[in-house]
Design a protein around this ligand. Sequence first.
Ligand code: RFL
Ligand code: PHB
Length: 390
Amino acid sequence: MRTQVAIVGAGPAGLVLAHLLATNGIESVVLESRERDYVERRIRAGVLEQGTVDLLHQLGLDTRLRREGMVHRGIELRFEGQSHRIPLSDLTGGRAITVYGQQEVVKDLIAARLEVGGQILFGAEAVSIDDITSTRPLVRFRHEEQIETLEADFVAGCDGSHGVSRSAIPAEVLQIFQKDYPVAWLGVLAAVAPSTEELIYAYHQRGFALHSMRSPQLSRLYVQCTPDDQLDNWSDDRIWSELHQRFAMDGWSLAEGPLVDRSITPMRSVIAEPMQYGRLFLAGDAAHIVPATGAKGLNLAVSDVRVLAGALADWYSSGRTELLERYSGTCLRRVWRVEHFSWWMTSMLHRFDGEGPFEHRLHLSQLRYVCGSTAAATSLAENYVGLEQV
Ligand code: RFL
Ligand code: PHB
């Protein structure tokens, strides 16, 4: 098999890239190790930045997003039994976030790609990426128990944090920056109307909690746990009890409903530098991971592939290599800004092992400052809705 751009991974990064390339008349094949059904069901992110929504609109991929996505113009920070609203839109010249499940984005992108004859091979697991310093890089993949090859002009490694692309960059070239936070999130989906109109980020002495949503009938809730925690340790009663305590506020109550999904996600930062080598370009979680507290992973994946598609389009139309050569540098500026913001949100909102009354008062002081100062609130807001320039 041969194509112009071989894309490894049909997550948000790989799928948005396939669409962007198609609008520039560039052919691609997407290889995805999982089956379509699995990819479309995997529950993950929920917050789309304004820039992500705008891009999906430009690509004509926002029909269902506009109908079902929930536009939010503020978030709540809750601590000491009180809620404080950060008016995102007022502080950012009208920008907003949209709450719409990642798996819904993925469904929309897959359907639209297949409808116009785009090639996505499911059940096709890349096993190696070779010859990346030549002009004919090659992806070897396992499909229906056969090893097949896909030759291309370029390879986009969009295969997430457990993929193979990153390891195709020689170890002596690659620098990995990593921080494992001593906290994790137990995330549940509850079949009950959200108890709030806007997302609530709660700081409590018992730990962090987040109230998000997926639809008018589905709540998405997270509660801080430890990275080595097991789902078996968390009965439904314990989950609800912790959520009630951490969100507690006079005159407000949390509605309970059947839990239809649960998972544990450790909070972690990882950055691979550089994000390119020869004709291999990493994008999204394959290149970097952010702790979920900033709601940034999917959005960062989308901004990587926007840069990559622009650089590839320039190469195909004019043969110029400058934008491709600058890919990693351009992306990493945003990556580090977002890493910092996500680290900062994580540090402010969680309780860490060994913290005592001193640290508790520091958390509260920081939260009061963010909620009380327009300058501090604006800083949070502009990062949260997504910076246009970094
Ligand atoms: P993905 O989505 O992991 O997609 C990679 C794809 O590659 C496939 N794959 C392979 N295919 C072929 N050959 C191989 N060898 C392969 N190895 C892997 C995988 O099956 C998969 O389909 O990476 P991508 O596209 O970079 O997208 C990144 C996002 O998925 C991720 O950053 C976000 O989900 C992170 N995240 C959030 N991001 C946000 O922007 N806003 C949020 O509100 C938000 N909340 C979250 C999150 C992630 C969470 N978890 C579970 C990690 C909340 C949670 C709980
Ligand atoms: C979600 O809805 O899954 C979500 C929202 C905000 C975050 C992380 C996850 O910061």
